[in-house]
Design a protein around this ligand. Structure first.
Ligand code: ADP
Length: 186
């Protein structure tokens, strides 16, 4: 499924983000940038030790929740990995939505600063961090659409969803967001 925002495209795809041939893939990292399970584990496993060596050197204090940092991509087909730190879900009253939006916004800013034309995101916070998938999808898509409207870049933002449940949640959220806020949906 896809939607166009001005000259930019948002795409939804089911798959493994480590296989994406895009300028940057986004990691759902933790604030210590210490690696872990889920998408983070897959990225470091397939990308090799270079990625963590670089983040340790450049970001020894880690990255605050709601923000992101960037590194090379080691053995992965992408050029960069953007390590975004989403919030742990605590019931919704602890600023989770703003923190999740911040992680997406900062990732997009870093992508633009590094001339990335295509960026792939996973469903940040919606795995081990427990963010309800439908709400995570709505925040993710609204934040990306607002950013593309304001900045006109990156050209392609792709959400790579690991399973059919995540894909379905993002597809429903994209329908919802685009019907509230009409944009082209070829
Ligand atoms: P968080 O700790 O931010 O919740 P997780 O990695 O636990 O991060 O989960 C985030 C989402 O990424 C989940 O929907 C999970 O199913 C998905 N995921 C796990 N591995 C991959 C992968 N290789 N590619 C894309 N998405 C993945």
């Amino acid at each position: 499924m896809r939607a166009t925002i001005d000259k930019c495209t948002i795409e939804l795809q089911q798959g493994d983000i480590t296989e994406q041939h895009v300028d940057a893939i986004v990691n759902a990292a933790n604030s210590r940038l210490a690696g872990g399970g889920g998408v983070d584990g897959a990225i470091h496993r397939r990308g090799g030790p270079e990625i963590m060596a670089e983040t340790r050197r450049k970001y020894p204090h880690g990255c605050p929740t709601g923000s992101a940092v960037i590194s090379g991509a080691g053995n992965l087909p992408a050029k960069y990995v953007i390590h975004a730190v989403g919030p742990v879900w605590q019931g919704g009253g602890a600023g989770e939505a703003e923190l999740l939006a911040g992680a997406f916004r900062r990732s997009l800013e870093l992508a633009v600063e590094h001339d990335c034309r295509s960026v792939a995101f996973p469903a940040i916070s919606a795995g081990a961090y427990g963010y309800p998938l439908d709400q995570a999808a709505a925040v993710a898509l609204r934040t990306v659409i607002d950013f593309l409207r304001a900045n006109g870049r990156p050209e392609i933002v792709r959400f790579v969803l690991f399973d059919a449940r995540a894909y379905g949640a993002f597809a429903a959220a994209l329908e919802q967001v685009t019907s509230e806020n009409p944009i082209d949906r070829p």
